[in-house]
Design a protein around this ligand. Structure first.
Ligand SMILES: Nc1nc2c(ncn2[C@@H]2O[C@@H]3COP(=O)(O)O[C@H]4[C@@H](O)[C@H](n5cnc6c(=O)[nH]c(N)nc65)O[C@@H]4COP(=O)(O)O[C@H]3[C@H]2O)c(=O)[nH]1
Length: 635
């Protein structure tokens, strides 16, 4: 029995430490390289099999005498199987001379067992790591029994590759190192994939510049650094002024090439520590750091750099066979870590850039906090505007339209917004905002519906039943493909008489699609709806288009009516408009008539319809007493 134990122990002595070392190597490697966990599991199973096998042999040995050579054979077989895993494996002696490598090693490195036995693994070092790296590595193996990490090595064909390497020292019973076991995996491809993912996540694919995410990351780090150093940094937004034209006329390929050139130009002006990022389109951002502790000095430095950047852009760019000049609008904001957040700083630089654009392009502007207040105000108003219909804060006021004999011919419906905390918001403020946000579409529908509902309500009132109601229609609303259907539907829903509805459109509609505009107007006129051209004289009027538009009425803008009786310029313009309307057989109405003198002059010059404070301000239905207006009578 004692003999059998000794045989087993002897076999175990040969194999055990190596297997344990293999396992340790695999286990530590497994923590790092989870995708190959399966290989480690396989090895674990082999070891389990070894234990079971040892146990079976021992049991068998209890019953029969197992020859020592059989035990050794079995152990060696198992060790050989465990050795041939998906990991590259190397066994060296205590001096580092290679004793054995497996097939995976050969597959990874290109070296066969015969080529490496007796040699030192130093033979394939890449030259990428310095002597200290190797010293530390071996020191760790000696101190702790193992080392693991990434290391660059060279394959037989000379190619560099990155491997995950685990080295374990195998010690004798007396604690002396007898062997080293190393496992290695080729992680070059994985690293390459990781780098690609990183590149995609943090860099702009076209120019290779950092993208918004990386820029924000760097800005946050810069803010933290400025907290420690108390130094200012600067963020600049650059937007190319004429890029869109070049892109549209020359094609996207040329546009892309130009953007790449711009990226190179901007980078060439800056220091290595500065960041140039591309946010997309033709928007670039530059971040400068360590501009000193004094804001004035920092601003001066930033301004100098900004000027250099603009100058670099202005030098002509050769794209394909053509040369282009581009200019940029540049907004700058300075930052330190005074509680500002990265996104706020970005917004400030963006705002400053818009200021630069508004100032005539090819220029730079510093961020101005007052501008910020305007923008915040606008954003809040916009948010409120989005809920204006459901919160029922809109109403219509009506302003009378009068003929030369004082008879009321109609009213203009004018939209009012009663804001719960701000009170009345002027249409001059919220209508443009509604147009920008396309909220004008639902709001416009509401106005039309409400005006038609009012028309029907007035049908029962002998004083108002024949009133014509004029409704303003914005270009966006009119241009909607279903505008004609929309009007038809509202007329049907409310039962309003179409011939008492007049739609007021503006000259900007003429710029749109004249054929489509004409077609829509004709279709609605067939239903009996009238059309007036509002604010006439203030916009761009193509007389050729005007002639072709089937209108009923021109409304002379109030700016020309002011003091028309004593302002020769206004008088000349109004006379010309009246002549034109006569030529085109259009009725004419003067807006903004405030004084009797203006009205008399207009009447003397053949303008017979008026609207203005002289006859009444726009008023809600409840206070609209059309029968009691001075000098008027209901027609
Ligand atoms: N100084 C002076 N002003 C006079 C006089 N008589 C009338 N007004 C004002 O002149 C504007 C006439 O409307 P608009 O030219 O269509 O100009 C309107 C129109 O373009 C737009 N708007 C108003 N309601 C609507 C609407 O329902 N839809 C659309 N799309 N725009 C609307 O907002 C603009 C401004 O509307 P309001 O502030 O109501 O301003 C109204 C009116 O109150 C006068 O004698 N003197």
């Amino acid at each position: 029995m004692a003999r059998r134990w000794a045989a087993l122990r002897s076999a175990g002595r040969h194999l055990g430490p190596l297997v344990v070392a293999l396992l340790l190597a695999l286990a530590s490697w497994q923590q790092q390289v989870w995708p190959l966990v399966a290989a480690a599991t396989l090895l674990g199973l082999l070891v389990l099999a070894l234990v079971v096998h040892q146990w079976a042999l021992w049991r068998a040995g209890q019953r029969h005498d197992v020859p020592r050579s059989a035990l050794e054979e079995a152990n060696q077989g198992i060790a050989a199987m465990a050795f041939e895993t998906h990991l590259g494996m190397i066994i060296t002696d205590a001096q580092g001379a290679i004793l054995k490598v497996n097939r995976t090693f050969t597959a990874i490195t290109g070296y066969t067992q015969e080529e490496v036995v007796g040699r030192n693994p130093r033979m394939w070092s890449s030259g990428k790591h310095d002597a200290r790296f190797y010293q530390r590595m071996w020191q760790t193996v000696h101190d702790t029994g193992s080392w693991q990490g990434e290391i660059w090595n060279r394959r037989k064909d000379g190619e560099l590759y990155l491997q995950w390497l685990t080295i374990s020292a195998v010690k004798s019973e007396r604690g002396e190192v007898t062997h080293f076991v190393a496992t290695l995996t080729d992680i070059t491809q994985r690293r390459h994939t990781e780098e690609q993912v990183y590149q995609l996540a943090f860099y702009d694919p076209l120019t290779g510049l950092p993208n918004r995410r990386l820029l924000l990351d760097r800005l946050k780090s810069a803010l933290k650094a400025s907290h420690r150093s108390a130094q200012f940094g600067a963020l600049m937004f650059i937007d190319l002024d004429n890029f869109k034209v070049i892109n549209d006329t020359q094609g996207h390929q040329q546009g892309d090439e130009l953007l790449c050139q711009v990226a190179r130009r901007l980078t060439s002006v800056l220091r290595e520590t500065d960041t140039v990022a591309r946010l997309g389109g033709d928007e670039f951002v530059v971040m400068l750091t360590d501009l000193g502790e004094a804001s004035l000095k920092a601003a001066q430095v930033a301004e100098r750099v900004a000027e250099k950047l603009l100058a670099a852009l202005e030098e002509s760019h050769k794209v394909g066979e053509q040369r282009f000049t581009v200019s940029g609008s540049l907004g700058i904001t300075l930052f330190t870590d005074h509680g500002s957040r990265a996104d706020e700083i970005m917004q400030q630089a963006d705002l400053a850039m818009y200021q630069a654009k508004a100032a005539g392009r090819n220029t730079l502007r510093f961020y101005d906090p007052e501008m910020q207040a305007v923008v915040i105000e606008r954003a809040t108003l916009e948010a409120d505007l989005r809920q204006v219909i459901e919160r029922e804060e809109l109403s219509l006021h009506y302003q009378p339209q009068v003929d030369s004999e004082g008879g009321i011919v109609g009213v203009e419906a004018l939209l009012r917004w009663e804001h719960p905390s701000r009170g009345q918001v002027s249409p001059g403020v919220f209508i443009p905002l509604a147009e920008e946000t396309r909220m004008i579409l639902p709001i416009g529908r509401w106005v039309l519906h409400e005006a038609c509902r009012q028309l029907v309500a007035w049908q029962g009132d002998p004083h108002k039943r024949r009133l014509r109601v004029a409704v303003n229609v914005s270009v966006q609303q009119f241009s909607a493909v279903d505008f004609v259907d929309q009007v038809e539907r509202i007329l049907a829903e409310t039962g309003a008489p179409a011939e008492q509805l007049e739609l007021e459109v503006t000259e900007s509609l003429l710029m749109h699609d004249p054929e489509e505009t004409r077609d829509k107007i004709l279709r609605l006129r067939q239903r009996g709806i009238g059309f007036a051209l509002d604010d006439f004289g203030t916009g761009y009027s193509s007389l050729a288009y005007l002639r072709r538009l089937p209108l009923d009425r021109l409304k002379i803008d109030k700016s020309f009516i002011r003091d028309v009786h004593q302002d020769p310029t206004n008088a000349a313009i109004v006379e010309a408009i009246i002549t034109l309307s006569n030529t085109l057989s259009l009725a004419i109405l003067a807006e903004g008539v405030e004084t009797e003198a203006e009205r008399q002059w207009l009447e003397a010059h053949d303008c017979r319809f008026y609207q203005g404070f002289l006859y009444g301000r726009p008023a809600p239905v409840s206070t609209l007493a059309l029968d009691r207006l001075p000098g008027t009578a209901l027609r």
